[in-house]
Unconditional design. Structure first.
Length: 439
């Protein structure tokens, strides 16, 4: 994605002029805070800036006054999100809250290989009250090797006590010249032939969001290397089959954060999209009820289909009065995914009578290790494991309880078994096997 590929990698490259001047200058001269709060709407460069701060703090070669080198191991791993001392927490997903709870313990540990341990907490306003309290206690007495970078689209939902502990930077929305600058950088990088008037039109369409500008450019570049004003004006987002299939797969996994991330990444024509999805789900509903005879496109159960259709129908009706085009759809999807998630937990509890006996020999800590260590191999595999449970060890075989058939299918793929067994071997320090049990 252009937005990721052409993230500014130095302070000089930051597109937001105010941020470049204020935050950038103080960073270059090594005036660091122990906590930053980055405020701004989506796609305005908060995450980019957060990673840049982390690089300035930890770059192996940088001297005061210099930019980060972007070549050392630390710079590289921060840029691709794998640095062990830069911990990114998404407060909007459930895991964020748990992470914050044991944050107070974890921050005491020294960084593994860098000068600073950097915690980037995205959408920090989504934290629960108890998580806020844990965070506040840490912010009040931060260890000297820890720097917090909090980012939010909604600063009004943040407790004053948290804000007052941070150095606050307001990103506002990208100005037209700033977005033009960012779009030009990507166009140059991709060796595209884009007219000045076309770039300006893209920047206008992006409406203050760097991310949207990159997305529009990417969409145009997929068709042609030469982009003219007329191409930009003709651009109408479409719903493709691949779009739909990706989305259905995400729906089945019921991970609200992933679903929303996907929707945000698509620049969807919302009305047409809801129509398409509703048609498919309705068809599946009829198939499930035996009214129509065909192969369903999803594995969703009748009740799930009914609930989802109701919510999409409501979202569709709300499209006319909404302030953000995609909002009713997102609200519907979050509501749906979350009710399903609750049910899933209940099912698991019934299936496992006593957790202490059930996970004998392979406790929570090892399980979390397994989830974490699987991630670098395959993100979606780790996500599927997350909704499964360790049942126990039988000799050198770990038995894992799985709730859904499509999860079982995924986990049983030989390449996935290989990954899991390899990771298990690392954790247990002996050759291990894995066996799945459908719950
Ligand atoms: Zn470096």
């Amino acid at each position: 994605m252009f937005y990721r590929k052409y993230r500014p990698q130095t302070i000089a490259e930051l597109d937001n002029e105010r941020i470049r001047e204020s935050l950038g200058k103080s960073l270059l001269s090594n005036k660091f805070s122990s906590a930053y709060l980055l405020v701004g709407s989506r796609g305005t460069g908060k995450t980019t800036t957060a990673r840049l701060i982390a690089k300035v703090l930890n770059c192996d070669r940088r001297k005061s006054g210099d930019e980060p080198c972007n070549e050392c191991e630390t710079c590289k791993t921060i840029a691709n999100g794998t640095n062990l001392d830069v911990i990114e927490i998404d407060a909007a997903s459930n895991t964020g809250v748990d992470d914050i709870r044991d944050l107070r313990e974890k921050v005491k540990l020294a960084p593994s290989s860098s000068k600073y341990k950097v915690y980037i907490i995205d959408e920090v306003h989504m934290l629960s009250t108890s998580a806020f309290n844990a965070l506040l206690k840490t912010l009040e007495e931060p260890p000297s090797h820890v720097v917090f970078i909090l980012a939010t689209t909604d600063p009004h939902k943040l407790p004053e006590t948290i804000k007052s502990r941070c150095q606050v930077f307001d990103f506002g929305r990208g100005s037209l010249p700033e977005i033009v600058r960012a779009t030009e950088r990507a166009a140059r990088g991709e060796k595209l032939d884009v007219g000045k008037d076309a770039i300006l039109e893209i920047a206008k369409m992006a409406d203050g969001s760097f991310r949207d500008a990159h997305k529009i450019l990417e969409q145009l570049a997929a068709k042609n290397n030469k982009i003219e004003l007329i191409d930009v004006k003709d651009l109408k987002p479409t719903v493709s089959v691949k779009n739909i299939n990706d989305f259905l797969a995400l729906l089945e996994n019921r991970d609200s954060a992933k679903i929303i991330d996907w929707v945000e990444g698509q620049n969807l024509p919302v009305k047409e999209f809801i129509e398409e999805i509703a048609k498919i789900l309705h068809e599946d509903l009829l198939i499930n009820m035996g009214v129509t005879d065909a192969k369903p496109k999803t594995q969703l159960k009748t009740l799930d289909l009914k609930n989802l259709l109701e919510k999409l129908d409501k979202a569709y009706k709300e499209l006319r009065g909404t302030v953000i085009a995609v909002l009713p759809l997102e609200v519907a999807l979050i509501e749906w995914a979350q009710t399903e998630e609750t049910k899933k937990v209940e099912v698991k509890k019934e299936a496992l009578p006593s957790p202490s006996v059930a996970t004998e020999g392979f406790g929570e800590a090892r399980w979390s290790q397994l989830l974490e260590k699987t991630k670098p191999y395959n993100h979606s595999l780790s996500a599927v494991l997350r909704s499964a449970k360790p049942i126990g060890l039988s000799g050198k075989t770990l038995m894992i309880g799985v709730n859904y058939k499509f999860h079982l299918d995924k986990l049983s793929e030989s390449k996935n078994i290989e990954i899991i067994e390899k990771v298990l071997e690392e954790i247990m320090d002996t050759e291990m096997r894995v066996k799945y049990i459908k719950q």
